[in-house]
Write a protein that binds this ligand. Structure first.
Ligand code: ZN
Length: 463
């Protein structure tokens, strides 16, 4: 123990010398350290916590227009714990002003009372505001008082800090994960619609087989939906009930709200109903998975199945929506298994996505660090092709019947098979013409493309 104390004192001595060096040049110094009672002063959790707080502090200083001399900053971890020190040129600002601002930082930060931001002026004197910080543990006495009197049990203090730090870090992780997932979902929608040319579908340059919507309609609709992605991800991350199906009513509520907003933005045109359904479930499940573990395709599929068990039977087998049958219901009645559509796909755990789309996405993007527009075009075109080739798109089935759908799938397979050869362009053109002649649009496959790309991005980052 004596040795430890000696090392801590030595480390503190070194810090004073570093501060002195800065003040000898006439500059002010700002330091950050964490108040950890006893020893060791740091571990892996605390290091992560320190790194988060340091980023927060730097952002705070910049937002208050305090310019630190980053070239001379010191970040170190020694017996006294994690430590940061940086000079600020004293001709720019008074040390007392910096003190006021860093006190505000400590006050506003959720664990600010664990943090020590110390200011030393250009003459080497510590700057104090005279305000005593309250004790972290009892919040009643000044911190110095409890420390001197040793009011609190040492191991209790350590365990309170540990718990608070863990909660802080998991809240930060939640924010990061949910932010990432929302970004992936929007990226998926934007890249899907921007992929050009596409057979029968709306793209950058053509409305495909549609007369009621264009590229802008999709951009606007994507913008409206993006507002909800974060909400679904947050819900998925926080969700912990006995059974995952308990999440369905809330998920449906968000989904219905998204549909309403989409229709109001597009003036009644259905741009993304399928995508809302697929991305909604996928966002929820991804967040829920990443909360506890890393992401894996297998557990994603299992959870999607668990969430949507008997969906087809429950929603297509009985009339949910009054006397008028939906397209989905009619299609299921007429074509049976082939007409299960998007509900069938999700109930079976997205087989088209995992058997066909993901392997193609992997082969294009696994080794790629930054994806250029051309690379995305290429990868997504091939993925779309394999989806059209194997997905029983119930939109086409409903509107044009089995023969047209089967032909479309054959033409797509042919194009897929020659991908990357000189005959590809001709085959792809043939597919586009086939869609145009028959006035069909493989919208179901486009939705699957978006959700596959989303799931792929999640896996690439969080597997
Ligand atoms: Zn106390």
């Amino acid at each position: 123990m004596e040795n430890v104390i000696k090392e801590i004192l030595e480390a503190k001595e070194m810090r004073s010398k570093e501060r002195l060096k800065i003040s000898e040049g006439g500059d002010i110094s700002i330091s950050l350290s964490i108040n950890i009672p006893g020893a060791p002063k740091s571990d892996n959790q605390i290091k992560l916590f320190f790194a988060e707080c340091l980023s927060d502090l730097k952002r705070f200083l910049l937002s208050h227009r305090i310019v630190i001399d980053v070239k001379r900053e010191v970040v170190q971890s020694d017996a006294a714990g994690d430590f940061y020190l940086v000079p600020v040129h004293s001709e720019d600002i008074f040390a007392e002003e910096i003190k006021e601002i860093t006190e505000l930082f400590e006050m506003e930060h959720s664990l600010g009372r664990l943090l020590d931001v110390d200011i030393t002026d250009g003459n080497g004197n510590p700057v104090s505001s005279g305000k005593a910080k309250n004790c972290y543990f009892c919040e009643q006495h000044p911190a110095v008082y409890c420390m001197r009197k040793q009011t609190h049990d040492y191991s209790e203090m350590r365990s309170i800090i540990e718990k608070d730090v863990i909660n802080f870090l998991s809240e930060r992780r939640k924010n990061r994960v949910c932010k990432d997932l929302s970004v992936f979902a929007l990226k998926a929608l934007l890249h899907e619609v921007s992929l050009s040319p596409k057979p029968g579908l709306v793209d950058r340059f053509s409305n495909g087989s549609h007369s009621d919507m264009d590229y802008s309609t999709f951009l606007n609709s994507s913008a409206v939906l993006s507002v909800y992605f974060r909400e679904i991800a947050d819900f998925g991350f926080s969700f912990s009930f006995a059974h995952i199906k308990d999440a369905l009513p809330k998920l449906r509520q968000i989904g219905l709200q998204m549909e309403e907003d989409m229709f109001s933005e597009t003036r009644g045109v259905n741009t993304h109903k399928g995508a809302i359904f697929l991305l909604g479930f996928s966002l929820f499940v991804s967040a829920n998975q990443i909360k506890n573990h890393n992401f894996s395709y297998l557990s994603f599929v299992n959870q999607i199945k668990e969430l949507n068990g008997s969906l087809v039977e429950n929603e297509l087998g009985k009339k949910l929506y009054g006397s008028k049958k939906t397209h989905g219901e009619e299609c299921f009645e007429k074509f049976g298994a082939k007409g299960k559509g998007i509900r069938g796909e999700i109930q079976s755990g997205l087989p088209c996505v995992f058997n066909y789309a993901i392997p193609v996405l992997s082969s294009h993007f696994d080794l790629m660090e930054t994806e250029t527009d051309a690379a995305i075009q290429e990868g997504l075109t091939q993925t779309l092709l394999i989806l059209i080739a194997y997905n029983n798109d119930s939109n086409i089935l409903y509107r044009k019947g089995e023969k047209v759908l089967d032909e479309l799938m054959v033409v797509s397979q042919q194009a897929f098979n020659v991908f990357g050869t000189n005959t590809f362009d001709a085959k792809y053109k043939q597919l586009i013409e086939y869609c145009s002649e028959n006035q069909i649009s493989p919208g179901g496959s486009a939705d699957l493309l978006a959700v596959a790309y989303f799931i792929y991005m999640v896996n690439k980052k969080y597997n």
